[in-house]
Design a protein around this ligand. Structure first.
Ligand code: ING
Length: 310
C-alpha cells in the first residue's frame, strides 16, 4: 500500500522590517488554510519564517537583535498558527530564530521545529553549517552574519518516525553539504524538510551569481537521489529589505527529479502527493547502503591525505 503524504511547501515572499509578527503570522495562517483546503497532511514553512532574514544586517544593539528571536515555538507568538494547524489537523514545519538560556548563558540558534497534526512537537533541528562571516563588511551591499548571530547547531541531524515514514530536517546552507543528506539517510530519513534564504548575489564572489539557481537545485537533486529521499525545500523569496532572494521552492523526488516548483517570488503554495515508497527502489536496490557501499573500504581511502606521488 502506497504511503502517500500530501505536502504543501509554503514559500514566503519578503518579510519587511515594518511588518509586525502578527501580520507575518497571518500570512502563514492564510497559506496554512489554503493548504488544508487542498487536503495537505503537512505544511512546510521556510527558514526564519517569522522575521526578515536579519543576518543580512549589521546590528550592534543587542536589544534590537533580540527582537528577532523566539523563546519558545510553539509559544505565545506563534500560538494562533499552531492552534489553527491543530484545528485543521495538519502537521507543521517552521523555521525560526531560537533564543534559549543554558547554564545561565544566552544561546542563539537558527532552528526549525516539526509538529504533528495533533499539535505535538515531533522534533527540533538547529542549523549546523553557518555560512558567511562574523565581521562587519560595510562595503558589501548586504551582510551574511549567521556566524555572529547564531551558534552551530548542537542537535546533530536527528530523524523521527512521523507522517507514516522517517523524517529529518536541515536548514539552508546545510543543503549544500553532502554529509547532511548522508547522515540523515543513515538515520533512515525518507523525507528531508528544509527552508532557505538565498540571495541571488554573492558579494565576495559575483562570478558565481549566474550559478546560484543552478547550484541551489543541483545540491538538493543530488542529495535526494544519492540517498533515496524526498526533499522539500521552501524559500523566503523576493526583494527583502534590499536583498533579492531566489524563489525556486521545490519538491524533489528520490529520483532526483523536481516534481513541483514555485513560479513566483511571493507567498506561494506548491503541493505534491509524495509517495514515501518511491524511496525503496533507491534505498533497497540502486543505492543500497548495506549491499553496495563498504565503509571499511572507504576508511582505507579516506585515511589517504592528498594525492599520491607516482
Ligand atoms: N544562505 C545561503 C545559502 O543558500 C549562500 C548562503 C547564498 C550560499 C548564495 C551560496 C550562494 O546557503 C543561508 N542562509 O545559508
Amino acid at each position: 500500500m502506497a504511503r502517500i503524504i500530501r505536502i504543501a511547501a509554503a514559500q514566503s515572499g519578503p518579510v519587511l522590517r515594518s511588518e509586525t509578527r502578527v501580520q507575518t503570522l497571518q500570512r502563514l495562517i492564510s497559506m496554512l488554510q489554503d493548504a488544508a483546503s487542498a487536503g495537505a497532511d503537512l505544511i512546510v514553512f521556510t527558514e526564519c519564517a517569522l522575521t526578515p532574514f536579519f543576518s543580512h544586517w549589521w546590528i550592534e544593539d543587542e536589544a534590537e537583535l533580540d527582537t528577532y528571536y523566539e523563546d519558545a515555538v510553539p509559544g505565545v507568538t506563534t500560538q494562533a498558527l499552531f492552534e489553527e494547524a491543530q484545528r485543521l489537523q495538519i502537521g507543521v514545519h517552521l523555521g525560526y530564530a531560537e533564543r534559549c538560556v543554558r547554564n545561565g548563558r544566552k544561546r542563539r540558534f537558527n532552528s526549525s521545529v516539526l509538529v504533528d497534526a495533533q499539535g505535538d512537537v515531533i522534533g527540533r533541528f538547529r542549523k549546523i553549517h553557518l555560512p558567511g562571516h562574523a565581521d562587519h563588511r560595510p562595503d558589501n551591499p548586504f551582510q551574511n552574519l549567521e556566524k555572529r548571530y547564531f551558534e552551530t547547531g548542537d542537535l546533530g541531524f536527528p530523524t523521527w518516525n512521523a507522517f507514516g515514514g522517517v523524517v529529518g530536517m536541515c536548514i539552508c546552507n546545510d543543503r549544500r553539504w553532502s554529509e547532511t543528506y548522508r547522515v540523515l539517510a543513515l538515520g533512515g530519513a525518507e523525507l528531508i524538510l528544509l527552508g532557505y534564504n538565498t540571495p541571488d548575489h554573492i558579494p565576495e564572489h559575483p562570478e558565481l551569481d549566474r550559478l546560484v539557481n543552478f547550484q541551489h537545485q543541483l545540491c538538493m537533486q543530488a542529495g535526494a537521489y544519492q540517498n533515496g529521499c524526498w526533499v522539500v525545500a521552501v524559500g523566503k523569496a523576493g526583494m527583502e529589505e534590499g536583498v533579492s532572494q531566489i524563489g525556486l521552492t521545490s519538491i524533489i523526488a528520490p529520483s532526483g527529479e523536481i516534481v513541483a516548483q514555485s513560479k513566483t517570488t511571493g507567498d506561494e503554495l506548491i503541493i505534491h502527493d509524495c509517495n514515501l515508497d518511491d524511496t525503496r527502489v533507491y534505498k533497497e536496490a540502486m543505492l543500497n547502503f548495506e549491499k553496495n557501499r563498504s565503509p571499511e573500504h572507504y576508511q582505507a581511502i579516506t585515511a589517504q591525505r592528498g594525492a599520491k606521488t607516482p
